[in-house]
Design a protein around this ligand. Structure first.
Ligand SMILES: Nc1ncnc2c1ncn2[C@@H]1O[C@H](COP(=O)(O)OP(=O)(O)O)[C@@H](O)[C@H]1O
Ligand SMILES: [Mg+2]
Length: 453
């Protein structure tokens, strides 16, 4: 059997540096401006934005080019690193200069023009910012290559008493237009938030989420189980009531007021808390899609009480829609359960691509934590062949622990009990306990390797 290979280096466990940011979105802003008509205004903007977004996240000048470095290449690199470009436009921004009648912006070596051309070419969000009573130039006054600029909504940023109000609007526009990334808000010693996800249904996500969370709790780790599947299987598996009432669920995910804390069942078992689901999560998904940055909602909710838990385990629905994307933004690592059958390795690719996409755009701290073989039955030729392929291609990522197919794991939810309670010391339960130990020690290694690098 041959499977398409995926570049696993992009999914490797991420490095954790030691920066601290309290802001929500870690956007990098490039400010393009003309020194002789907007230097003062730009200085104020820079100061303000840098205080908010952190050093190194606001770029404004390439004055000190190292010898031999090409200006165009340097601009291309800096713009490639940025999430949004502010085109600061002063009164003479596109006006005539030395030679009467010749507009500076029309010269192909004009640096402001080069910056905007680059941003347009890279399809980057651009916000024109009008300072010192400047007016937006008409498209016909601009060279063809940057006419696209004239279509954008410009924001005036005035000085004096109006500055605060104008900059608040500008920040709102930046948050709306930039491609948001999850900020690194706290540095937990281990990757604590694990999403159990797959694009397939019936692969053992819920069984894994519940029994892994229960085993971690049983081993003394304060654990929160988050049920993000509208079918509420994990909630029911634990013997808890699913939520009902659309408002409750919407409040939960949008983190409004104290709603989330009220809904949190804080000790369903010793050391185990549950954030339950409800059928209205379906409706919530549609409503979420209408909000700004809808994939960040779960992360915002979890952030507010993440400090209380050693592990947070999220049970995802069986598709890679908005709810699963919320889990991937909130998670440090993904556990991918799979049955050792013919299509599984091929079907894995969809989730691996989603992880790579979220990692590139919204959550640079996301990694593939491990692949878990579930419902392992009699070792048929096909099963052995799939296991061999899995170890050849994903040997490092696959957990040593394999979950066997056992009746007890399927029966336990009927009684609203975790398998550990329903049938202790059976094969399936022992396997989930071993998995919890492996998850814990993998988390420590993650810490050790990244602390060294
Ligand atoms: N290791 C296992 N042995 C036997 N049955 C299992 C096992 N894991 C899951 N099941 C059963 O398979 C079905 C699908 O599992 P589930 O965990 O709900 O998958 P998912 O959440 O991925 O849809 C359920 O009926 C569950 O009880
Ligand atoms: Mg499920």
């Amino acid at each position: 059997m041959r499977y398409p290979s995926v570049n696993l280096s992009v999914l490797a466990l991420p490095n954790r540096g030691c920066g601290m940011h309290s802001f929500m979105y870690q956007a990098t802003i490039f400010i393009s401006y003309r020194r002789d008509d907007s230097a003062d205004a730009c200085g104020r903007l820079f100061e303000h934005l840098e205080a908010l977004y952190g050093r190194g996240h606001v770029l404004q000048d390439v004055e000190s080019l190292a010898p031999g470095v090409d200006f165009r290449e340097e601009i291309e690199r800096l713009i490639g690193r940025s999430d949004v470009l502010l085109a600061v436009i002063g009164p003479y921004w596109s006006g005539p200069t030395e030679t009467p009648g010749l507009s500076r912006i029309k010269r192909s070596d004009d640096f402001v023009r080069i910056e905007i051309e680059q941003a347009l070419r890279q399809d980057m969000p651009i916000i024109p910012v009008l300072v010192a009573d400047a007016k937006m130039p008409k498209a016909s006054d601009l060279p063809r290559t940057i006419r696209g600029l004239a279509d954008r909504n410009a924001l005036p940023v005035r000085s004096g008493r109006d500055f605060r109000r104008d900059i608040a609007r500008l920040i709102q526009a930046i948050e709306q237009h930039s491609r948001p990334r999850r900020a690194r808000t706290e540095l937990s010693p281990v990757p604590k938030t694990l999403a159990i996800a797959s694009s397939q249904g019936g692969v053992g996500k819920t069984t894994t989420a519940v029994n892994l969370a229960a085993s971690l709790a049983h081993q003394g780790h304060h654990t929160l189980l988050v049920d993000l599947d509208p079918r509420s299987n994990a909630t029911i598996y634990c013997g808890a009531e699913p939520l009902n009432g659309e408002t409750a669920v919407l409040d939960w995910l949008c983190g409004t007021g104290t709603a989330t804390c009220d809904l949190l069942r804080s000790e369903i078992r010793p050391h185990l808390a549950l954030l339950p689901a409800g059928g209205e999560l379906y409706a919530t998904e549609t409503q979420l899609a209408e909000l700004g940055h809808p994939e960040f909602k779960l992360w915002q909710v979890i952030e507010s009480f993440a400090q209380s838990y050693e592990f947070i385990v999220i049970d995802c629905p069986s598709s890679i829609g908005l709810l699963t994307r919320n889990a991937l933004v909130a998670a440090d690592g993904v556990i991918l359960p799979m049955q050792p059958d013919y299509f599984s390795i091929q079907n894995m690719q969809q989730l691996l691509r989603a992880i790579a996409g979220i990692r590139a755009s919204n959550n640079p701290w996301l990694g593939l934590f491990g692949i878990l073989v579930t419902m392992y039955g009699t070792a048929s030729y096909l099963t052995r062949e799939v296991m061999r392929e899995l170890h050849d291609h994903y040997g490092r990522e696959t957990f040593h622990t394999v979950i066997p197919r056992t009746a007890e794991l399927a029966e336990a939810p009927v009684y609203g009990q975790t398998a550990l309670e329903y049938a202790p010391e059976t094969l399936g339960v022992t396997a989930y306990e071993a998995l919890a130990r492996e998850v814990f020690s993998r988390a420590q290694v993650w810490k050790a390797t990244t602390a060294l690098s």
